[in-house]
Design a protein around this ligand. Sequence first.
Ligand code: NAP
Ligand code: 8YV
Length: 325
Amino acid sequence: MTSQRPRIVQAGRLLSTLERRLAERYDTTRLVEQADQRAWLAANGAGVTGLVTSAGTGIAADVIAALPDLRVISSFGVGLDKLPLAAAAERGIAVGYTPDVLNDCVADLAIALLLDIARRVSEADRFVRRGGWSAPGGKAFPLARKVSGAKLGIVGLGRIGRTIARRADGFEMAIRYHSRRPVADAPWQHEPSLHALARWCDHLVVITAGGAETRHLIDAEVLDALGPRGFLVNVSRGSVVDEQALVRALAERRIAGAGLDVFEDEPRVPAELLTMDNVVLLPHIASATEETREAMAARVLDNLEQFYADGTLLSAAPLPETASG
Ligand code: NAP
Ligand code: 8YV
């Protein structure tokens, strides 16, 4: 008997509650469970109308090419850098994502990294655990740097960047931001030059979109402008920072420290960083709370449900213009 439920494909693993609900509502195939994914797609790709993935997993070009009837992609996450947006626009495939519901948690984690690296929280924890505090005649733990009232530069004042700025207001920080265009209703000062922003601030928080346009936006020159008393926090994408330039700047103490949630080649973290005390390294967890991941899962489902009901999406990703308009 043919299933009446829409046929969808799930690329990569997802939150288990989301996987269960997808399987209940749709005729779902998990690509990762297929011994030969290409062979499965070649034999069964026709008739699949939906594809669910995540910002981290993305979609390989050959997967959507093997789905001739694909009408909708629903992605778990807000980053669009691994999604084939141009191909989707050309083929009229709708793309849903999960903006806004993760703003709070990503902003909270950016502030956590900022506090951790400037106040040496993780470093102090390691000091206590290895007996440094209680050691007879041991050295005093080094002084940290003040966050309240310091100068914060934000690279990318989008949904999450603004949420970070509002939190930093609570710390009475002086705030300026850099983006290609000033944000009309933002109370913070726009800085058209990224270098000038880096020179001015004590802490530079990076929260732009990823992808080709922002690749290595934070390069050796920006790091030198930030300088030996400046801290870098990156919660956007690893690709936005030139990681080798960052490793060199940290090793040579040309910047004071870095808090990193994202890396250029995840889950690979450059070995040099693992032994440095002036870095905090996280495994891409900015949105990873039970509450936010459930809200993201709900948006993935709501996007699909609405699309199959009326052809529209609750949260439609912006697609590039096609040659035909
Ligand atoms: P958003 O609202 O689209 O904001 C993106 C910002 O980046 C905008 O202010 C944009 O301003 C700026 N931007 C884009 N290209 C730029 C460039 N070349 N130079 C300077 N600024 C540029 O996106 P969002 O929802 O805040 O999310 C931002 C990103 O955070 C996502 O794309 C994702 O990669 C990342 N993220 C990471 C995690 C994590 O777990 N670590 C979680 C969620 C999101 P202009 O267009 O005016 O330049
Ligand atoms: C998630 C993210 O880690 O939303 C994004 O762009 O990077 C994070 O929220 C990701 O969606 C899980 O793949």
